[in-house]
Design a protein around this ligand. Structure first.
Ligand code: NAD
Ligand code: NAD
Lengths: 207, 207
C-alpha cells in the first residue's frame, strides 16, 4: 500500500503541474517539482519511481504526461459525483468553487434539515431535505461526500451516508467518526494550518 | 527542528483532547490518542517524549495538562490576531466560524478591493479596503494572515502582507508563493482531500 504522505505529495505535484500546463510549460525537472514539497528532488524521483515514472536525466518529465499518470494513480481521470451534507456557510463556499469540477469532482447534491434552506438554489444545485439524499446518491452513483454539519450531528449523518453507499467522506466537523473499515475518512482541520504557522513563527522568533 | 508531520499530529491530538475535555474525561492513554492519528501508540509516545512528556504506564496522561503542554509547544496559549484578505465566499464562512477564536486565533480584520464589499459587516468585522490593511496590521500587532484572493492576485497580495510585518500566511489560493525566508506559508488544498479519497476508494475496489 502507498503511504498517505506520498499520496498527499502527488496532489501537491499535481497542483504545480496544472499551474505549469496553464502557462504553457511543456517539461519540468525533479528539482523544479521539489520546490513545492519538502524533501528535495531525491524525494520527487523516489515518489515518481514508486509509480514507474522515470524522467531522463537532463531532460526531466513531460508535464502533460505526468499529469495524466498522477491522475491515473489518484483515480481522477474519470469524474466522481460528490454530495455535500449540511448546507451552511462552508457548504455555500464549496458549492460555488469551480476548482473541484476542473479536477474531476462534480458536486451533484446538497442536503440539510433546516426548512428555511430546503428548495433554495446554491451554486449548481438546489438544497434538498436529507430524506431525499439516499435516492440522489443511488441515481447519480455517488461514492464520495463532504460533511459540513455541526459536530454533534456528524456521526449520525456519516452513518446515513455509509448506509446509502458512500465509501469516502471529507469531514469538516470536528468530531472523529467511527465507521465500517471500507468507508474512508479524510479529516479537514483548518485550525491546524494556523497552529502550524504559530509554531513556525514562534520558533523563528525564539531563535 | 521538529518535522512538519509531528506538528500536524500535535494538532490532531489537540483536537481529540479538546473533545475529551468537553465531555468531562480526565485521563487518556497513548493507545486512545493513537486512534486519531496513523502510527499506533508507539508513535504517540515518541511524539510526546520529543516534548518531554512521559505518561505513567497504566495511568496514561492528564487531559488538561496535555492540552496546555501541546498549546505551549504550538505557541497558542496566548492569542494571535489574524487578518483575512479577499472577502469572498470562503472568507465569509471563515469569519463566521467560532472555532478559530476558541483555539487562540482572533480574526481582527478583512480586506478586499471590490467597492461593493467595502463597509459591509461580515461576522465580527467590517470589510475594509486593502489600503487600510497596513495600519490595522500594525495597530493590532498582527503576525498571521489568511489569503483568500483569486490565484492571480495571490503573489502581489502576499508581498503586501510581508511588507506590513506578516510572518505566517495560510494560503487558499492555488498559486505557489515566493516570499522571504522568514515568512512561513501553510498551503491549504481542499481538492487534495478528495483526491486522497479517490485514491483510497479506487484501491479498495481494485482489491
Ligand atoms: N466555517 C468554517 O470556516 C469552518 C472551519 C472549520 C470547521 N468547520 C466545521 O464545519 C462544519 C460546518 O460549518 P459551518 O460554518 O458551515 O456551519 P453552519 O452552522 O453554517 O452550517 C451547518 C449546517 O448543517 C445543517 N444541519 C444541522 N444538522 C444537520 C443534520 N442532522 N443533517 C443535515 N444538515 C444538518 C444546519 O441546518 C446548517 O445549515 C461545522 O462542524 C464546523 O465546526 C467550519
Ligand atoms: N471556495 C472554496 O471552496 C475554495 C476552495 C479551495 C480554494 N479556493 C481558493 O480560495 C480563493 C478564494 O475563493 P473564493 O471562493 O472565496 O473566491 P471569491 O471570488 O468568492 O472571493 C475572492 C475575493 O477576493 C477579492 N479580491 C480580488 N483581488 C483582490 C486583491 N488584489 N486584493 C484583495 N482582494 C481581492 C475579490 O473582490 C473577492 O471578494 C481562490 O483563490 C480559490 O481558488 C476556494
Amino acid at each position: 500500500a502507498i503511504p498517505d504522505p506520498s499520496v498527499r505529495r502527488l496532489s501537491a505535484y499535481l497542483r504545480h503541474l496544472e499551474n505549469l500546463a496553464a502557462s504553457g510549460v511543456k517539461r519540468v525537472s525533479s528539482r523544479q517539482l521539489a520546490e513545492y514539497v519538502k524533501g528535495g528532488d531525491a524525494q520527487v524521483r523516489r515518489d515518481l519511481a514508486l509509480f514507474g515514472q522515470f524522467g531522463r536525466r537532463g531532460v526531466g518529465y513531460d508535464v502533460e504526461d505526468l499529469i495524466q499518470v498522477i491522475r491515473t494513480i489518484l483515480g481522477t481521470r474519470a469524474q466522481w459525483n460528490v454530495v455535500v451534507v449540511g448546507a451552511g456557510q462552508l457548504c455555500q463556499a464549496l458549492l460555488r468553487y469551480r476548482g473541484f469540477k476542473e479536477r474531476g469532482f462534480a458536486l451533484v447534491g446538497a442536503f440539510d434539515t433546516d426548512p428555511r434552506k430546503i428548495g433554495t438554489q446554491c451554486g449548481p444545485v438546489t438544497i434538498r431535505h436529507i430524506d431525499a439524499m439516499e435516492d440522489i446518491i443511488r441515481k447519480h452513483e455517488v461514492r464520495l461526500a463532504i460533511l459540513t454539519v455541526p459536530a454533534q450531528a456528524a456521526q449520525q449523518t456519516a452513518e446515513k451516508l455509509a448506509a446509502a453507499g458512500i465509501e469516502g467522506i471529507m469531514n469538516f466537523a470536528g468530531a472523529g467518526l467511527s465507521l465500517p473499515p471500507h468507508v474512508h475518512v479524510s479529516q479537514v482541520d483548518l485550525t491546524a494550518h494556523l497552529e502550524q504557522l504559530s509554531f513556525l513563527v514562534s520558533s523563528t522568533r525564539a531563535g
